[in-house]
Design a binder for this molecule. Sequence first.
Ligand SMILES: Cc1cc2nc3c(=O)[nH]c(=O)nc-3n(C[C@H](O)[C@H](O)[C@H](O)COP(=O)(O)OP(=O)(O)OC[C@H]3O[C@@H](n4cnc5c(N)ncnc54)[C@H](O)[C@@H]3O)c2cc1C
Length: 271
Amino acid sequence: MKQTLCSITSNVEVMPGIHLMWIEAPDIAAAAQPGQFITVRCGDFTLRRPFSIHQSSPLTGEDPGKGEIAILFKVTGKGTLWLSQRKAGQKIDILGPLGKGFAIAPKSKNLLLVAGGIGLAPLIFLMQQALSQHQITLIHGASTAAQLHYNNCKLAAIGYQRVQFIPVTEDGSTGQKGKATDVLPDFLDWADQIYACGPVGMYKAMTQMSLGANRSKLKLRKCQVSLEVRMGCGFGACYGCTINTKKGLRHVCRDGPVFELDDIIWQEVRI
Ligand SMILES: Cc1cc2nc3c(=O)[nH]c(=O)nc-3n(C[C@H](O)[C@H](O)[C@H](O)COP(=O)(O)OP(=O)(O)OC[C@H]3O[C@@H](n4cnc5c(N)ncnc54)[C@H](O)[C@@H]3O)c2cc1C
């Protein structure tokens, strides 16, 4: 974990109210694992704001990058509004990589990624790292077509043409009409592991599914989910993000943000 003042390489509003920001952060890019996050000091706010690492482009590796990380964020309040107004070349104070990310079991081949809205952010990094060794299906649910950050063409343009992309919109403007969890059962037999990031309502729907009659749906019990609860310090020094799990009290920032779906006591989780 490192706190650094980093240059913003670019900050683009990729959809209404949603920004993709690339940040020059070679140390974080080199160390980051999918599912981990950074915190950003947003203006004068005391509490730093957490954001999943959306993509990483480390300087070393088979395909050396630029030593940058990206975050994909939605403007929801004053902190994210401040961040959305930063320009390329300006510096921001970031801390990371933080938390424990997603884990892929050695025998797993088929990975099912389920994104609800801006929950897409950490799953793209997972996809980026896993693609060379795994088959990937990405279900992305959004309210309408304009809220889907990716489509097959965009994924192909950035080198992810092997990913099976399943768009789902609540208004049916593209892909299947409904929610990401409506199409999820179609892939349960195929998936060796499931990774999800989205609103708590989506996780509760998935929990209900895992208790259903269809035994193959029990696979959902092996599902890893990323929790975006409100946080204080972001590294386990305060108790701001403590949740109750079947294994006892856990800090989302230090023990998570990735947990097993089945370990969480959902009725007690507050965002
Ligand atoms: C581990 C983690 C990873 C995250 N990754 C991303 C990401 O990749 N992209 C992204 O857009 N957001 C992400 N979030 C949520 C993001 O941190 C909040 O949206 C942000 O802190 C809001 O700051 P604000 O000052 O703009 O809003 P505030 O003024 O603090 O709040 C405005 C509104 O946002 C809601 N809000 C605040 N914090 C959260 C939160 N943690 N989760 C959900 N709603 C919240 C509030 O309830 C309120 O309605 C993540 C959160 C966590 C804990």
